[in-house]
Write a protein that binds this ligand. Structure first.
Ligand SMILES: [Zn+2]
Length: 108
């Protein structure tokens, strides 16, 4: 089953500035890597920062992963489920590490 980071990704809560902006934690909703709106869809399917991780996953799946086909692929086989879950988890954990590092420097 899903662990925490992919669940956050699907609900849009957690480490997305569209969410942290809404709850007043950040001053804007733009992606720290590219300046576009930092929504779950942006992070997982279009932000260039994560293109490498997505590409590895897509080689395994044999297709470009989108918000529309992700769940279908995950339900096709356990291998694909794990492949996609691993990519999403890597993106989310790396992003959260980046954010923690950023917060650390801001508070100094
Ligand atoms: Zn971005």
């Amino acid at each position: 089953m899903f662990k925490l980071p992919p669940t956050q990704a699907l609900t849009g809560h957690g480490s997305f500035k569209t969410y942290t902006f809404k709850i007043g934690k950040t001053r804007d909703a733009s992606c720290v890597y590219c300046g576009e709106e930092d929504s779950p869809r942006h992070t997982l399917f279009s932000c260039e920062r994560w293109a490498g991780i997505r590409r590895e996953c897509e080689v395994g799946i044999g297709d470009v992963i989108t918000a529309n086909n992700m769940v279908d692929y995950m339900l096709q086989s356990e291998t694909k489920w794990k492949e996609i879950e691993r990519a999403m988890t890597r993106i989310m954990t790396t992003k959260e590490q980046d954010e923690r590092r950023h917060e650390g420097t801001r508070n100094n």
